[in-house]
Design a protein around this ligand. Sequence first.
Ligand SMILES: Nc1ncnc2c1ncn2[C@@H]1O[C@H](COP(=O)(O)OP(=O)(O)OP(=O)(O)O)[C@@H](O)[C@H]1O
Length: 282
Amino acid sequence: MPENSSCSSAGSCTKSSCEGCPSHNGGPQSFLVEQNKFSNIKHVIGVVSGKGGVGKSFVTSSLAVNMAKKGYKVGILDADITGPSIPKMFGAHDQILGDENGLMHPYETKEGIKLISVNLLMDNEEDPVIWRGPVIAGVVKQFWNETAWGDIDYLFVDMPPGTGDVPLTVFQSLPVDGIVIVTSPQELVNMIVKKAYNMAEAMHITVLGVVENFSYLKCPDCGKEIKLFGESHIDEIAKELSVPVLGKLPLDTSYAAIADKGDFYSIENDHLAKATEVLERI
Ligand SMILES: Nc1ncnc2c1ncn2[C@@H]1O[C@H](COP(=O)(O)OP(=O)(O)OP(=O)(O)O)[C@@H](O)[C@H]1O
């Protein structure tokens, strides 16, 4: 039965206008999209942020690298279609091609991390993606079920910021084990983290914890921690929401340089050790 794409409340809507929608016959309905037979993905982890530029892609890549260094098979689905930054972090510029089954094959870094991103499909990676929401959401689904992922222990999904079409699609269509919320230490954060948390809760998605990025800058001369964006409130927020703080990352210029160089596998990021532990326990 075709999905009613105008429906924004799948599983709970009973309006007669929803004739043809899978939720129409009552009861919660699954919109999960099956994996194809060339993919065996064990865990799907979403990485979200309430607002842009807080380092969500950076945290996604750090989690992926940490798990890969532990010996797990790891992939990253770059669902940030209009602002993809994952390929550049890993120095990936080759184009992804389809095979005779109509499936895409992810780019594989030399260390074995598999990547899918719209930037790996473009003739020119500087071309903008000017697509409407439903098209973008469709591409994200294709990255899931029209890609031959092979064996993957942890697939990280780097979401666009906010609570729009793509997170909605991912939460409905992919078997997400849990999400990590990335944030930064600013006053607004309280509200923004709660928005992301509330969306996950409304969609019955587990929040694995929160990561605070740009927590502080360590003075290279005296070692003093400078709170660039003000005092952190992440511990209180996490306590209020009953979720763990999975890490507090400093603003470290060497991190930025590694990301810009496309040499992300070389990053040493032990600030996310707690996140790694939580992921291993899923
Ligand atoms: N802890 C950090 N130390 C230094 N640089 C960082 C750190 N975290 C992120 N950056 C850099 O900041 C920039 C923005 O990070 P990133 O692209 O991960 O943010 P984002 O939240 O995914 O952005 P968007 O909202 O555009 O998707 C990047 O150049 C990244 O390398």
